[in-house]
Design a protein around this ligand. Structure first.
Ligand SMILES: [Zn+2]
Length: 672
């Protein structure tokens, strides 16, 4: 009989808040369990590698070398042995597959803590206006796309345009579109997802004319005569158009998801934490059911749904499923900095009468948060501006002060939770069983998504409330072009830009820092995020985000790797099975063409993924791909590994159509 020590099922999570308040929150160091005893025959072995296991990586770099091994052994979808070539090869089952890494660098697969995977896929099927440098170029791309749509009633959807890149810096109008769209209604989002342009046919279909009032929280731009110009701002207003757009079919959603999932795998991402629509979730469940889901996905649920619906949805899927699970409730506190809808405590430096648009009344928000936390839900709020972050922290504080016990469902970590995935002859030794009542103090793991600009006292509040900062370092690469205009220079009165993208300050306050991309707002390529985190410079290396501050907020590469693996696993309650290559962890790993810990920032930026392995199964190899060009800022081009785009593009773009089950929609969530 063989035995395996399954660190995976430990439930140390709940004991974290029992630590002194000054202690670093976040993932606990893995127990090094060793492989000398060859506890389990390995059916797949990777050897001759330069393998960074994640053991010995820390949220804050202590400059001790993290563990490196030559080989790992895998049984089923779990890692059963790590160590030297000799040690691990000695554990080979008679029929074991042995893969020589030829010295290549391998590490835990990236866990992207913030994506919109369905939107990313639908974007690939829609009119792509990313990078257009003028209105004329936008018009010609739309005209070309319109020719691919045989049905005159079919909508032209998509987006990605950014008028701030144009010489004119003028927003487009409905008439600008009408000349190239023919009979098709057209609705095309700006790159930030908070502003869209409708053509006349779309305005007509939505019933928007000069008598249509602005819905609360939204805005319809009008000309001097009061006629709509076509520009529509924020989801309460954009939804007037979106609700008349036919929703994507199951087949379209599935095709879209397959495209973007393959894109994630091609970039070394093995897990994502995602907000798509419930209909997309149902497609993902279908893919899992058919054993055709190659990526681990933690899906969020709309915070605004009635509590009964939330509980029903939560109960609909096994919370301990290591492949696909539902996690936190996503709410939106504000919009984006680029569109000046992020909620600030003081007016925009380049718009003195505007402080952005908070999306909640604080009392209502606090009451909803308290109720949902009491029902055992993890909460996560999109918050870009300092005011929005304060609102989110206030809501979390209200929920925690309500004296709620530890989220009960989270301790459904039944000891057998992962047992069904083990080989039948395994003997499981439990390292750290699920704690019995009375529980340790509550570990809510509330999250703030983006946390781009925060109040000076917010860092300590994040820590005291146990809030995770879920950030997207690659946003800095784009935002640095205008962030100082919006927020003012570092020497201005509020000096708030000093508290923007403040990764190091979060770590120094003991706040768990999880990294992601907000794909498709940014490429899902983790290398851009790593580069931004360690340099705070543009990709050419010619401009720094914050000359006076940069040195203080930069991370080391191992800190950035930790945020992108172990801390993001912590943020989805999976740090005992993901984020490290150690016995008892899932065999999710990535093989790269260079050692990220021994590369320059530019080398990191141009790193190629050689192989992506999820649950012991190779899901991507570079051999199947064409030689990669160095990634560009908009590195969205599919590799040859990915299915080719369809001959006939789907008309479906931003999946902001009403969710058939709830009547709610997923507002575009694009903080730029
Ligand atoms: Zn987002």
């Amino acid at each position: 009989m063989k035995s395996i020590t399954l660190a995976a099922i430990s439930f140390s999570a709940l004991s974290i808040l029992a630590a002194p308040a000054s202690a670093q929150r976040g993932p606990q160091p893995a127990r090094w369990l060793g492989s000398e005893h060859c506890p389990q025959p390995a059916h797949t072995i990777y050897y001759n590698g330069n393998i960074l296991t994640g053991v010995g990586l820390h949220a804050i770099d202590d400059h001790t070398p993290p563990q490196r091994v030559q080989a790992i052994g895998i049984s089923g979808e779990w890692i059963t042995a790590v160590g030297s070539n000799d040690t691990v090869l000695a554990c080979a089952a008679p029929d074991a597959v042995k893969i020589d890494l030829h010295g290549a660098f391998a590490m835990p697969g990236f866990n992207d803590a913030h994506t919109h995977i369905a939107e990313a896929g639908l974007d690939r099927l829609s009119a792509n206006l990313n990078g257009v440098t003028s209105l004329a170029e936008m018009q010609s791309r739309i005209a070309a796309y319109a020719k691919t749509l045989p049905d005159p009633n079919e909508w032209i959807l998509g987006g990605g345009w950014d008028h701030t890149r144009w010489a004119s810096k003028t927003l487009p109008t409905a008439h600008d579109l009408d000349s190239v769209t023919g009979p098709h209604p057209a609705f095309l989002f700006r790159v930030d997802g908070h502003i869209a342009i409708a053509n006349t046919a779309a305005l007509k279909a939505a019933g928007i004319d000069n008598n249509t009032p602005d819905p609360p929280g939204g805005h319809i731009d009008r000309d001097a005569q009061g006629n709509p110009t076509g520009i529509i701002r924020e989801s309460p207003a954009t939804s007037l158009v979106e609700k008349v757009i036919p929703p994507p079919s199951y087949q379209t959603r599935r095709h879209a998801l397959e495209l973007s999932i393959q894109d994630a795998l091609a970039h070394g991402v093995t897990s994502i934490q995602d907000f798509s629509t419930w209909n997309d979730w149902l497609v993902l469940e279908g893919m899992e059911h058919e054993n055709k889901l190659p990526l681990r996905i933690a899906e969020w649920i709309d915070f605004n749904l009635p509590l009964g619906d939330l509980e029903q949805r939560r109960a609909s899927h096994d919370p301990n499923d290591p492949l696909l699970h539902l996690t936190f409730l996503k709410g939106f506190m504000d919009g984006s900095l680029g569109s000046r809808t992020a909620a600030l405590n003081a007016p925009y430096s380049d718009d003195p009468n505007n402080s952005g648009i908070p999306r909640y009344d604080p009392d209502k928000l606090n009451a909803m948060s308290t109720e949902r936390a009491a029902a055992g839900f993890q909460l996560g709020f999109h918050a870009i501006g300092d005011r929005a972050n304060d609102m989110a922290l206030d809501a979390f504080e209200a929920a925690e002060q309500a004296g709620i016990p530890a989220p009960a469902f989270l301790c459904q970590a039944k000891e057998e939770k992962y047992e069904h995935t083990l080989p039948p002859d395994a003997i499981v030794t439990r390292v750290n069983p699920c704690p019995q009542p009375p529980y340790a103090p509550a570990d809510f793991r509330f999250r703030i998504e983006h946390a781009q600009v925060v109040s000076p006292n917010a860092f300590q509040r994040f820590h005291d409330l146990g809030v995770i900062a879920s950030m997207q370092p690659s946003h800095l690469l784009d935002d640095m072009a205008w962030a100082e205009q919006r927020l003012g220079p570092a020497n201005s009165d509020h000096a708030r830009i000093k508290y923007a993208y403040a990764w190091r300050s979060f770590l120094n306050h003991g706040v768990p820092l999880a990294f992601g991309t907000d794909y498709p707002v940014e490429s899902i390529n983790p290398m851009r995020g790593l580069y931004a985190a360690i340099t705070r410079m543009n990709e050419a290396g010619t401009q720094t985000f914050d000359p006076q501050n940069a040195a203080h907020e930069k991370l080391t590469v191992t800190e950035a790797l930790y945020a992108y693996t172990q801390a993001s696993a912590f943020a989805e309650w999976r740090e005992t099975i993901k984020g490290q290559l150690a016995p008892g962890f899932l065999a999710d790993l990535v093989v790269l063409d260079r050692d990220l810990t021994r590369s320059t920032p530019q080398q990191i930026l141009h790193t190629r993924v050689l192989r992506t392995v999820v649950g012991g199964i190779t899901r991507y190899t570079a051999e199947q791909s064409t030689p990669a060009a160095p990634p560009s800022p908009a590195a969205q081009q599919p590799t040859a590994q990915q299915p080719a785009p369809p001959a006939k593009p789907s008309p479906y773009a931003k999946p902001t159509n009403p969710d058939a089950r709830t009547g709610t929609s997923h507002p575009p969530d694009n903080p730029d």
